[in-house]
Write a protein that binds this ligand. Structure first.
Ligand SMILES: Cc1cc2nc3c(=O)[nH]c(=O)nc-3n(C[C@H](O)[C@H](O)[C@H](O)COP(=O)(O)O)c2cc1C
Length: 197
C-alpha cells in the first residue's frame, strides 16, 4: 500500500446478502477516490483482521436492521471492540454507517443511531450523508438517491422475498456508494490536517 494512501475499512454483517450488496457499493464508492485503499471486512472475519481495522483511517459500519436494531452478529462485534476502546485505538478515525431492512421505515433509524453512538464512544468523527432527501415531492421517485430520506447515514430497503440480485434497488446502492465516496474524501482531507494530539 502506498505510504500516502487513505485506508478505509468497511465492516459489515449480512444474514441474507442484502446488506452485503450495500457494503460492496460503499467500498466501490470509497475506492473511487484516488489514494483510497479499501478493505471489505465481514464481521465474521473482524477478529482475524483486527490489525486492518485498527490501522484504518476510517471505519464504515454496516448492519441489517433486525428487531429494530443492528443484527446480533454486528452487536457482538461492537461488544468485542471494547478492547480497542480501552486503548482508544479508534480515536479520531472517521466513522459512518449504513443499514438495510425490509420495511420502508422498519425502525432502521435506531440502527444508525446505535452505530453513531458506538462511534462516539470510540471517540470517532461521525460523517453523515450529504444528500438531500429524495422521493418526497410530486417530482420525486424511488429512483432518487437517498429515497428514504436519511441524514445520519445510508438507508436501504429490501423486500424480504427478493434475492440480493434484485434488492436493495439501484438508488439505494448508489446512495451507499455516495456515502463511501464521501467518507474517503472527508478522510483524505482530514489526513492533510491531522487532529492535534
Ligand atoms: C431476525 C430478523 C429481524 C428483522 N427485523 C426487522 C425489523 O425490525 N424491521 C424491518 O424492516 N425488517 C426486519 N427484518 C428484515 C431484514 O431487515 C431484511 O430482510 C434485510 O434485507 C436483511 O438484510 P441481510 O440480507 O443483509 O441480512 C428482520 C429480519 C430478521 C431475519
Amino acid at each position: 500500500m502506498p505510504a500516502n494512501s487513505t485506508r478505509i475499512a468497511v465492516v459489515y454483517h449480512s444474514g441474507y446478502g442484502h446488506t452485503k450488496v450495500l457494503a460492496e457499493a460503499v467500498a466501490r464508492g470509497a475506492g473511487s477516490v484516488p489514494g483510497a485503499d479499501v478493505a471489505l471486512i465481514p464481521v465474521a472475519e473482524a477478529e482475524a483482521r483486527a490489525a486492518e481495522i485498527d490501522a484504518a483511517d476510517a471505519i464504515i459500519f454496516g448492519a441489517p436492521t433486525y428487531m429494530g436494531s443492528v443484527s446480533a452478529p454486528f452487536k457482538a462485534f461492537m461488544d468485542s471492540s471494547s478492547k480497542a476502546w480501552m486503548g482508544q485505538a479508534w480515536k479520531d478515525k472517521v466513522a459512518a454507517g449504513f443499514t438495510n431492512s425490509a420495511s420502508q421505515s422498519g425502525d432502521k433509524l435506531n440502527s444508525l443511531m446505535q452505530l453513531a453512538i458506538f462511534a462516539m464512544q470510540h471517540g470517532m468523527v461521525w460523517v453523515g450523508l450529504d444528500l438531500l432527501p429524495g422521493n418526497n415531492s410530486s417530482k420525486g421517485s424511488t429512483s432518487d438517491l437517498n429515497r428514504l430520506g436519511s441524514f445520519i447515514g445510508a438507508m436501504a430497503q429490501s423486500n424480504s422475498d427478493a434475492p440480493p440480485e434484485e434488492a436493495p434497488i439501484e438508488s439505494d446502492r448508489k446512495t451507499a456508494e455516495h456515502l463511501g465516496r464521501r467518507v474517503a474524501l472527508v478522510t483524505s482531507r482530514l489526513a492533510a490536517l491531522p487532529l492535534a494530539a
